[in-house]
Design a protein around this ligand. Structure first.
Ligand code: HQG
Length: 185
């Protein structure tokens, strides 16, 4: 499959597994899984040339490892990023002391007022390295990388989860835990 088509199908899979399963034509289990065969059929409605091996290739080669196959390879789900209600079953674990969140400059005033909110997703997404946070933030505009005092948050009772593809997740980040916010205000 050519790289352009791979990207299109990967986006279609993300959209279906995270946001609009019914529009793609798949059904998600409470944990976010759908049979790989259902995903294949749904994709073939739009791209008849796609075969099962293409889906496996997308899962393996996806730049952010967005998709996960079940142990027996029969089911597929998104590792994170959902807006539909699913229970991914991640256990709360100890985060690195410092985590990063890339955002756009124009959001800072509101972030200072209400902290980082999950918006349409299930969690606030945080990265353990600055480069990833910078990439995430630059999708929204002039990028700013915020430093989150995860160590203190955890001590204060906030739970942190790590998705199968290494994204750190938490429910919200009050602005008091954003260490460099005042540099920008
Ligand atoms: C901002 C991609 C104003 C927040 C990425 C962000 C990530 C606020 C935007 C994953 C706010 C939400 C998630 C507040 C938060 N006031 N703005 N109080 N609180 N925001 O896309 O973190 O490619 O839902 O800073 O790589 O950008 O899809 O979240 O700018 O891992 O796999 O509201 O999505 O992964 O935007 O990105 P998003 P995000 P995929």
């Amino acid at each position: 499959m050519n790289p352009h088509l791979i990207k299109k199908i990967s986006k279609l899979m993300s959209w279906g597994l995270r946001h609009k399963p019914e529009e793609l034509g798949v059904e998600l289990s409470p944990e976010g899984w759908t049979p790989v065969q259902s995903m294949l059929s749904a994709i073939q409605q739009r791209y008849p040339e796609v075969v099962l091996g293409d889906i496996h290739q997308i899962v393996l080669q996806n730049d952010k490892k967005r998709f996960v196959l079940s142990d027996d390879q029969s089911r597929i789900r998104a590792a994170q990023g959902h807006s539909v209600t699913v229970n991914l079953g991640y256990e709360a674990i100890q985060p690195p002391d410092l985590l990063f969140h890339g955002t756009a400059k124009r959001f800072l005033e509101s972030i200072a007022e209400e902290g980082l909110q999950k918006r349409s997703r299930h969690h606030v997404h945080l990265s353990k390295n600055v480069q990833t946070a910078r990439q995430v933030g630059s999708r929204h505009g002039q990028v700013v990388v915020l430093e989150v005092d995860a160590e203190r948050m955890q001590r204060d009772g906030f739970a942190f989860f790590k998705s199968d593809n290494g994204v750190w997740l938490t429910d919200s980040v009050p602005s008091a835990y954003i260490m460099n916010l005042s540099d920008y205000l």
